[in-house]
Design a protein around this ligand. Structure first.
Ligand code: HAM
Length: 497
């Protein structure tokens, strides 16, 4: 007997069902439209990548990499049998050496150590006996034969990887890409925070770091938010400097934090050593007064970074982009340089950041590519949609247009034919697969939210006409096929306009 049990979506994941899914499609489609009007083009990226790509880009000490990634070992391309005889040991030693050489054993530092250790042990078994055999077996066990892969926690690292892999630095002008899709982080689920969540994001990569690029993507972001009715938003901007000036500031910050260490809580105390900038992110009420008195990065930017930030603010003014400066906006990912920003929206409680982004001028180089400037953002689709829903200003999205209410064997062929013609005109049409009394048909049409019922009975078939009933006000018209198609076509254009 198979066990009878109900399956449920994994904690932190969820199904997006109709009618919400229509809102999601509209949101993502609107993003595409706005981003494309600014010259961005779609990039479709893999959902999983090598773990090392994220560790290197986002930073090993960040929460995302240290605690939140969904990482798994892929199936091995190479298997090691359990040795039974000395001949087996020699064969395994040779096979491992060959597999290592040809890249069939993932080339990690840990594997390299084990491959060397395994070879050393196999050479010494004759002389040493059991201790060497145990070392050999230990190394065989320790080899991680499958690649370490991770479900993407974000997409900027993948965009940078793709930029390098496809030699996109050879393309003319700035490379402007956008993406949309699921990301995965093992965070504690709550309102607006999921383990599988969705982002739409955009990135600009190229040779220029002109502040106008930063300002243009912020303008684009706000144009998009306005288009989808997210108006109660606040844009916060900051500059966290370049490698040189930030390093100096971080040292100073660390010194100052050490002086107040005892008044800080455990997390912040730890961060003094690992990542002092993250202390500025603390939301703990008891730490706020202390943080307010810390030195601010804006006073320590080098001349070039100060000028970049000043020009960005001029550009934002030129474009009438409203913003607030927030010196504590340091972001949780390590790749940022200079400009950082976040957008918060109403109706979301503590998880109110609907968008985060910034400049990452060294990232492509860090991943082995040519010197490249970069800037981008990602909008959290789940949160943005929640905020739109809470705001109550939902768009009017066309649903089912026509329910074909047919009755009688003679009416059926006419119903099938006209349903197809209406669908070809781009209308959403429901054709019941079984005969129903008109009363039941009309009731179902109403429940399904159809705008019209198209009535086809014996009378209509005999007279070659159709009865179209508008369900909102029960107004009824008798129309020829041409007149019907024309009427509904113009109605469709009206709805879509
Ligand atoms: P992020 O700030 O980590 O940045 O994420 C961007 C947005 O994704 C957040 O503001 C939030 O709306 C949403 N988000 C993040 N985690 C969750 C979650 N667990 N549940 C629901 N929504 C979430 C990045 O990901 C960068 N890659 C942005 C970027 C692009 N920077 C430069 N280019």
């Amino acid at each position: 007997m198979t066990e009878k049990r109900q399956f449920r979506a994994i904690k932190g994941t969820r199904d997006i069902l109709p009618p919400d899914s229509a809102l999601w499609n509209w949101f993502e489609q609107t993003a595409r439209g706005v981003f494309e009007s600014y010259g961005f083009r779609d990039i479709r990226l893999p959902i999983f990548e090598e773990t090392a790509l994220f560790a290197r880009s986002i930073g090993a000490d960040t929460d995302v990499v240290a605690k939140e990634m969904y990482t798994f070992e892929d199936r091995e391309q190479f298997r090691v049998a359990h040795p039974l005889t000395m001949v087996d040991v020699i064969q395994i030693d040779e096979a491992v050496a060959e597999a290592w050489q040809h890249g069939r054993i993932p080339r990690t530092l840990a594997n390299e150590t084990e491959v060397l250790r395994l070879h050393e042990a196999s050479q010494n078994i004759d002389r040493e006996g059991t201790p060497a055999l145990l070392r050999f077996l230990d190394s065989v066990r320790n080899l991680a034969l499958g690649d370490s892969l991770t479900l993407r926690p974000e997409a900027t690292a993948s965009v940078a990887r793709a930029y390098i892999e496809h030699g996109m630095h050879m393309l003319p002008g700035n490379v402007k890409l956008y993406y949309s899709g699921p990301m995965f982080r093992r965070e504690r689920p709550q309102k607006g925070r999921y383990r599988q969540f969705y982002q739409v994001g955009a990135e600009v990569l190229g040779q220029s770091d002109a502040p106008a690029i930063d300002a243009e993507i912020l303008e684009m972001l706000l144009v998009f938010f306005k288009r989808v009715g997210l108006t109660q938003t606040t844009l916060y901007v900051n500059s966290i400097g370049c490698k040189e000036c930030r390093l100096k500031y971080v040292e100073l910050l660390r010194e100052e934090l050490r002086k107040v260490k005892d008044s800080l809580k455990e997390d912040s105390q730890r961060r003094i050593d690992t990542n002092p900038l993250r202390v500025l992110d603390s939301k703990l009420p008891e730490e706020q007064l202390i943080i307010e008195k810390l030195p601010r990065i804006s006073d320590y930017l080098c001349a070039a970074c100060r000028e970049h930030f000043a020009k960005l603010k001029d550009e934002l003014k030129l474009r009438s982009v409203a913003y607030e400066e927030n010196w504590r906006l340091v972001r949780g990912l390590d790749y940022y340089t200079r400009t950082t920003f976040e957008v918060t929206a109403a109706g979301l409680g503590s998880q109110n950041a609907v968008c985060g982004g910034g400049r990452y001028d060294g990232l492509v180089e860090l991943l082995g590519g040519p010197p490249t400037k970069g800037i981008g953002f990602a909008i959290g689709t789940d949160r943005a949609i929640l905020s739109i829903q809470e705001g109550g200003k939902l768009p009017h999205l066309p649903g089912l247009a026509v329910f074909v209410a047919w009755l009688g064997a003679k009416a059926y062929p006419t119903a099938v034919t006209i349903a197809r013609k209406l669908r070809e005109c781009g209308l959403a049409v429901e054709l019941p697969s079984e005969e129903m009394k008109f009363k039941k048909s009309l009731g179902l049409a109403d429940k399904l939210g159809a705008r019209y019922a198209l009535i086809i009975g014996e009378d209509e078939v005999a007279s070659g006409t159709y009865t179209l009933k508008r369900l909102a006000d029960a107004e009824q018209k008798k129309l020829s096929e041409n007149a019907l198609l024309e009427y509904l076509e113009s109605e469709r254009r009206g709805t879509h306009a």
